[in-house]
Design a protein around this ligand. Structure first.
Ligand code: S3P
Length: 429
C-alpha cells in the first residue's frame, strides 16, 4: 500500500492510542504461566501482540478475545504448556521470538519458532548463548537466525548473567527461562532498559553499586495478570514530535503508559524545549499512566548518548525527525543497536532524511543532524523499509513538507499501530 501524506495546516485533536505493545506481549505470556484466569483489558489490536496470542494458543493455552479488546486467558501454570506439532509463527515480532524462547526452553516443551523475512534476518545469538548455558538446546540457521528448534533434556541450570547488551528482550528471555530453574538466575543490568517483565512478574530486585540485579527461579510466584494495559508511549512519541515541530498544533493523548524506563523520549523532548503537560497521573496494575498534551514548540538541539538510548530505543527514528527542526546541531551516539531492529534503522533514517533534503551525517553508532526551525522537507517518495516506525517517522516529516509526499509499504504500521493513518487524518481535518 502506497500512502499519500499532505502537508498539515493545523494539527489538533485527541487520540485514543493503541495499547502498549511490550506490555501486551508480556501480559499474554505471563497470564499463560499463571495458574488461573486473567482478564486483560485494552489488549493491543496490533499485529505483533497477536503473533504472541497465536503462539500461546499453539502451546495449548485457551484465550478468549472479546470485541472491546478484553481478553481472558486460562493460565496453565509453569508445567501446563503443551508441545506444538505446528510451527510457532512469530511474524515480525522480535519480542515474541526472544521472550517465548526463554519460556519454551525453560518449560521443556519442544517447539520450532519461525518468523517473517525481517525477523529471520535478526540475530538470535544473543539469546542462544545464555539459554545454551542454562541447559537448553537451540538449533538455529547458521547458529544465529530463525527458524529456531528448541529442546531441553536435563534440568535448567541457574545462570549468573551480566547483560552484555542493554536489551529488555535479552534480559526478559533469560529471566523467563530462570523461572523454571531450581536455584536463582541473576541478571545484572548496568544500563536500565524497559522493566515491564520484572514489574509484571513482581521479581526480586536488588540495587547494588548502581547496577540492578534481577532474580528469577521456580520459587517466584507468578501473579495474576488482570489489569488494563496503558496506551503505548512509543505510539505517543510520533504525535508528540508532530505537535512539537508543527507551528499550529495541540494534541492530547489520554491514558499513556509513563513507565520511566520507557519515557526517555519525553525527557529528551522536554530538554529540547517541547511544551508538554502531564495530567491525571495514576497507575494501571504495576504500570504508571497519565494524560499527555503537547503543542507547538521552539526546539533546541540535543545530544542523545549511550546511557539513555535503551530508554528511547524505539523512539530514536522520530527523535531524529524532531532534531531536523531544532535550532542547531544535534547528535545521537551509542545507538548501534538500531542496526538490529526490524530494519537497520540508522540506514533507513539516513535514507528518509536524505530524501527530505535534511543536513545530516550517518555514523556507525548514530546520526548527526543540523537542524533548522524553518526547514521545509522536500515532497518525496519515502521507502518505509517495511518497518512500522520508519513509515510513521516519514509520515510525520511529510506533514511539514512543501507538497504531497508518499510512503511506500505503508501498511506495515499495523505491526504496532493499525489506526495510524486514520489518526493522522483525524488530526489534520
Ligand atoms: C522490547 C524491547 C526493545 C524494543 C522492542 C520491544 C520489549 O528491544 O526495541 O521494540 O518489549 O522488550 P531490545 O530489548 O532488543 O532493545
Amino acid at each position: 500500500m502506497k500512502q499519500d501524506v499532505t502537508p498539515a495546516k493545523v494539527l489538533k485533536g485527541t487520540l485514543n492510542l493503541p495499547a502498549d505493545k511490550s506490555i501486551s506481549h508480556r501480559s499474554a505470556m505471563f497470564a499463560a504461566l499463571y495458574e488461573g484466569i486473567s482478564t486483560i483489558s485494552n489488549f493491543s489490536t496490533a499485529a505483533d501482540p497477536h503473533s504472541t496470542l497465536d503462539c500461546m494458543r499453539k502451546l495449548g493455552v485457551s484465550i478468549r478475545e472479546q470485541e472491546d479488546n478484553t481478553i481472558e486467558i486460562k493460565g496453565v501454570g509453569r508445567e501446563g504448556l503443551q508441545a506444538s506439532a505446528k510451527e510457532l509463527d512469530c511474524g515480525n515480532s522480535g519480542t515474541t521470538m526472544r521472550l517465548l524462547s526463554g519460556i519454551i526452553g525453560g518449560s521443556g516443551v519442544s517447539a520450532r519458532l519461525i518468523g517473517d523475512e525481517s525477523l529471520s534476518a535478526r540475530t538470535m545469538k544473543r539469546i542462544i548463548d545464555p539459554l545454551t548455558k542454562m541447559g537448553i538446546t537451540i538449533e538455529a540457521r547458521d547458529g544465529d537466525y530463525a527458524p529456531l528448534e528448541i529442546h531441553r533434556n536435563g534440568p535448567i541450570k541457574p545462570l549468573h548473567f551480566p547483560l552484555p547488551i542493554a536489551s529488555a528482550q535479552l534480559k526478559s528471555c533469560v529471566l523467563l527461562a530462570g523461572l523454571f530453574g531450581d536455584g536463582e538466575t541473576e541478571v545484572i543490568e548496568t544500563l536500565p532498559s524497559r522493566d515491564h517483565t520484572e514489574r509484571l512478574l513482581n521479581l526480586n530486585i536488588e540495587e547494588r553499586d548502581e547496577n540492578k540485579i534481577i532474580r528469577s527461579s521456580r520459587e517466584a510466584v507468578i501473579p495474576e495478570q488482570s489489569y488494563r494495559i496503558p496506551n503505548d508511549f512509543s505510539a505517543a512519541a510520533f504525535w508528540m514530535v508532530a505537535a512539537a515541530i508543527h507551528p499550529d498544533s495541540e494534541i492530547n493523548l489520554p491514558k499513556v503508559g509513563l513507565n520511566p524506563s520507557r519515557t526517555g523520549a519525553l525527557d529528551i523532548l522536554k530538554s529540547m524545549g517541547a511544551t508538554v503537560t502531564i495530567t491525571n497521573e495514576s497507575s494501571e496494575g504495576a504500570e504508571p499512566v497519565g494524560d499527555l498534551s503537547i503543542s507547538s514548540s521552539k526546539l533546541e538541539p540535543i545530544h542523545i548518548t549511550e546511557e539513555v538510548v535503551p530508554n528511547c530505543i524505539d523512539e530514536i527514528p522520530i527523535l531524529a525527525v524532531a532534531m531536523v527542526f531544532a535550532d542547531g546541531v544535534s547528535r545521537i551516539s551509542g545507538a548501534g543497536e538500531l542496526r538490529h531492529k526490524e530494519t537497520d534503522r540508522l540506514t533507513a533514517m539516513a535514507d528518509v532524511l536524505g530524501k527530505a533534503g535534511a543536513d545530516f551525517t550517518e555514523y556507525e553508532d548514530g546520526l548527526q543532524i543540523k537542524g533548522d526551525p524553518d526547514f521545509v522537507p522536500k515532497a518525496s517518495l519515502y521507502s518505509s523499509f517495511d518497518d512500522h516506525r520508519i513509515a510513521m517517522s516519514a509520515a510525520v516529516l511529510s506533514m511539514m513538507a512543501e507538497d504531497k509526499s508518499q510512503v511506500l509499504d505503508a501498511g506495515c504500521t499495523a505491526i504496532s499501530y493499525p489506526a495510524f493513518w486514520e489518526d493522522l487524518g483525524t488530526l489534520t481535518n
